[in-house]
Structure formats: C-alpha cells, structure tokens
Design a protein around this ligand. Structure first.
Ligand SMILES: Nc1ncnc2c1ncn2[C@@H]1O[C@H](COP(=O)(O)OP(=O)(O)OP(=O)(O)O)[C@@H](O)[C@H]1O
Length: 231
C-alpha cells in the first residue's frame, strides 16, 4: 500500500481549478521529484495536502485511507510533514519554539530536540535566538528540523534550495539522502537540477495542473530534465 496517493485529484482555490485529475503515488522510503515550470501547480499539491485547497473530484489517500475523511487531528498525525516554500519560520518565536511546533502532533520516533540539535549544531547553539536571526541556510535547516520533529514517514520539500548557495544545496542533498537511507520517503519539488539528480529516483512532470510524464531519473538526460523545469 502506498504512503501517499493522489487519485485523479481536481483541486481548486475558490472557483479556480488548478489541479486537473492529478494521480501519483509515493511508497515507503521512496524518493520522488515533482517537476514542472513556474506556476504549473506544484505548490498546489502541497497546499492540497495541507487542506488549503478544495478537492472537488478524486481522492487523496494516506495509507489507503481517504485524507478528506480523516478528522483534522488525525490528518496532522498521518506521518506526512511539509517544509513549505519560503520556510515559514515564525519570526516572533525562538528557534527552539519553532522546533517545538513540529512536535505538536506527538508522533513517536527518533526525532527530538536533542537529535535535531545533534543533526544541526548551529540551531542548538542559538536555541534561544529568534528564528529570523539565522542565515538562509540555517533557516532552511530550522524548517527541516521542525518538520523532522513530527517524526514523519514522508517529508515533503517545496523548493528547499531556493536562495541558497551551491555549497549549502550540496549539504541539503547529503541530508536528504541520509534521511531517505534511514527510511523517510522524500517528495521533492525542485528546480535545482543538481539537487534533483542527487536525491530523486522517480519523477512526475506537472504541466498546467496535469501530470504529463512519469519515469525514473536514471532514464533522463540533464537536458531533458532542464527542459521540464525551464520557462
Ligand atoms: N491562493 C491562491 N488563490 C488562487 N490562485 C492561486 C493561489 N495560489 C496559487 N494560485 C495559482 O495557482 C497556479 C499554480 O500555482 P502554484 O504555486 O501551485 O505553482 P508552482 O508550480 O508551485 O509555481 P512556482 O514554481 O512558481 O512556485 C498559478 O496560476 C497561481 O497563480
């Protein structure tokens, strides 16, 4: 059974239909990239998972159970944690308070303040500082650490490399591979070719709200990959 399945999903913002019959599945421990040019609906997939859009047709299922039939508190505990585009750090909270927000769903697992600080020592050294006092790379670590605090089975990453220097993006690639090797499935929405190639095994291409192509990264050249994400 898949961890996450979109089955012919039509998702709307108000009356604007953005996703048109989108289907894909992610199994335990898989590394899946969602590719596509700007504005095709990639973030809308994340928003649909977060309950921001209205699903007017099709179904989103988590471990075979329709997500929209779950009470909110169970959906939050479903084992899917998202790192949103722009990171979503709460500026008036300290680093530690931001991390603790991720633990609010109380899922058991290896990730605690202690293990997140071991992974990202820079966060532990500044635990009482405001989240926005961090560099861009450290803010991304905080956003990822906060998601890990929910002990997810699937980590959804929306453009994690945005605004980061290549050396930090390489660190992210190592981190995502480490998490995947430990069994956390990864859904990577990205436009950074190097990060996609280093992390993902499979891909789905989104175009104007529809999945138009699906395959393995091993079978795709860098130029083909570039063509899928360049305006
Ligand atoms: N809250 C909203 N209300 C109405 N329309 C929206 C909303 N958010 C996004 N859209 C529209 O939905 C479409 C898809 O946007 P989305 O952010 O999902 O694209 P994307 O593929 O993630 O793009 P990008 O790579 O630029 O982040 C766009 O036309 C956008 O203008």
């Amino acid at each position: 059974m898949s961890l996450l399945a979109f089955d012919r999903v039509d998702a709307h913002y108000g009356n604007a239909r953005i996703l048109h019959g989108v289907s894909f599945e992610i199994g335990a421990g898989e590394r899946v990239a969602i590719l596509g040019r700007n504005g095709v609906g990639k973030t809308t997939i994340v928003n649909t998972l977060c309950g921001v859009t209205t699903i007017r047709a099709g179904a989103v299922c988590i471990r075979g159970v329709r997500y929209d039939s779950l009470p909110n508190y169970l959906a939050a505990r479903s084992g899917i944690a998202s790192v949103l585009q722009g990171r979503g750090i709460l500026p008036n909270l300290t680093i530690e308070e931001n991390l603790l927000l991720g633990a609010a769903v109380s899922r058991p697992g290896p990730w605690t303040l202690k293990t997140v600080y071991e992974l990202f020592p820079a966060l532990g050294e500044r635990a009482g500082n405001p989240g926005l006092g961090l560099s861009g790379g450290q803010q991304q670590m905080l956003a990822i650490g906060r998601a890990l605090m929910a002990n997810p089975d699937l980590l959804v990453l929306d453009e994690p490399s945005e605004g980061l220097a290549p050396v930090i993006v390489d660190e992210l690639a190592r981190l995502f591979n480490h998490l995947a090797n430990e069994g956390t499935a990864i859904m990577l929405i990205e436009q950074n070719i190097r990060l996609i190639q280093r992390v993902a095994d499979r891909y789905h291409v989104l175009s104007k709200g529809e999945v138009t192509e699906t395959g393995t990264l091993a079978g795709m050249t860098t130029q083909q990959l570039q063509d899928h994400i360049t305006i």
